[in-house]
Write a protein that binds this ligand. Structure first.
Ligand code: NAD
Length: 334
């Protein structure tokens, strides 16, 4: 059985869905700090999901699951994810992300569970020294959020050496899209990601969308990021699981598309898909925003045999449909 931490959240729920579609047995732990019970209910409509409302900071919550379910593998998504908040309140991030993971790993040791897939991030690389960014790029995270992820990767190395726990750390670039047919999608509060924030300006009357910086060294002056579709990302998790089972080897693997899109391009695509004129204002650059972040994904293609199947247009279209259906359910006038 697979234990999914943070499965009531955005990416964890899409990976849970991919596992349900393969008839895997899953149990989810989530404290619902940032996840949603509606997401768990949507998953329960699709397959057999065990859900435990629990907190990784309480080791007893984790032990309860290991005692009651036959766990053989973990997918670890749970954590706080807001970069800006992490700079203002680092203790919240170190406490939750690090202590939660220590509790998880120590319980794995106690119950002799040896396989874990971990949600890492391109934020561990910091300001790019070259592009595209491969897995050997120097690691200099610029904020406590990114630092917690790098510390966890280092912990995973130590737990591998000492206790033979094998991990695949998937370093996601920017994740986008939704599986709205399943009733799940991106639902962060507050929302700090680009596409759902542009969509807020589509659906909330007269909400101006701010573009931070239009004087970067890029073809249109706005920042460039690598957007990977969430269903493609879920597929990478399934392949990572197979890899761990077959090869039993620890790996770090970038998950992106090797393509970059500018903020302006994303904005224009949302405008096209929604058919709405979105009010926009250009603001000064934000501290810590690199001009370009693009993944080198050769390793994912070689080791996992993974290829992104969805286009950026697919991701934005599904995000749009998800946002619309979510607001309709929450009784907003859309
Ligand atoms: N969204 C992205 O673009 C992106 C990019 C790179 C990496 N990641 C990583 O992917 C993972 C999932 O991201 P997401 O966008 O789905 O975030 P999310 O906030 O939607 O999901 C995280 C889930 O973890 C739960 N959680 C947090 N702390 C917990 C704790 N102590 N105990 C139990 N549950 C807890 C939250 O309630 C939430 O449901 C995170 O680890 C994040 O760092 C995300």
């Amino acid at each position: 059985m697979i234990l999914i931490t943070g499965g009531a959240g955005y990416i964890g729920s899409h990976c849970a869905l991919a596992l349900l579609n393969r008839n895997e047995k899953i149990v989810i732990i989530d404290n619902l700090d940032n996840g949603h019970i509606e997401t768990i209910n949507a998953l329960k409509n699709i397959g057999n999901v065990e859900f435990i409302k629990g907190d990784l900071k309480n080791k007893k919550d984790i032990e309860f699951i290991f005692k009651n379910f036959d766990i053989d593998t973990l997918m670890h998504f749970a954590g706080y994810i807001q970069v800006e908040e992490s700079t203002q309140n680092p203790s919240k991030y170190y406490e939750n992300n690090i202590i939660g993971t220590i509790n998880l790993l120590n319980t794995m040791v106690e119950y002799n569970v040896k396989k874990i897939i971990f949600s890492s991030t391109c934020a561990i690389y910091g300001e790019p020294e070259y592009l595209p960014i491969d897995e050997n790029h120097p690691k200099n995270p610029l904020n406590p959020y990114g630092k917690t992820k790098l510390i966890i990767e280092e912990m995973l190395d130590d737990y591998d050496k000492a206790y033979d726990i094998k991990s695949v750390r998937l370093r996601y670039f920017n994740v986008a899209g939704a599986d709205c047919s399943a009733g799940i999608g991106e639902w962060h509060q507050p929302e700090t990601h680009l596409i759902p924030n542009i969509l807020k300006s589509v659906f909330e009357k007269e909400k101006i969308f701010n573009i931070f910086g239009n004087d970067y060294d890029t073809f249109d002056g706005t920042c460039i990021r690598d957007y990977v579709n969430v269903e493609d990302l879920a597929c990478a998790h399934v392949l990572a699981l197979e890899y761990l089972k077959k090869e039993n080897k620890t790996e770090c693997i970038n998950i992106g598309t090797s393509q970059g899109n500018s903020v302006k391009e994303i904005f224009d695509t949302v405008k096209l898909i929604s058919g709405k004129n979105i009010p926009v204002e250009f603001k000064p650059r934000r501290a810590g925003d690199a001009a370009k972040l693009i993944a080198d994904t050769k390793k994912a293609r070689k080791i996992l045999n993974w290829e992104p199947a969805h286009s950026l247009h697919d991701s934005i279209k599904s995000a749009y449909l998800w946002e619309k259906s979510k607001l309709a359910r929450l009784n907003f006038d859309v």
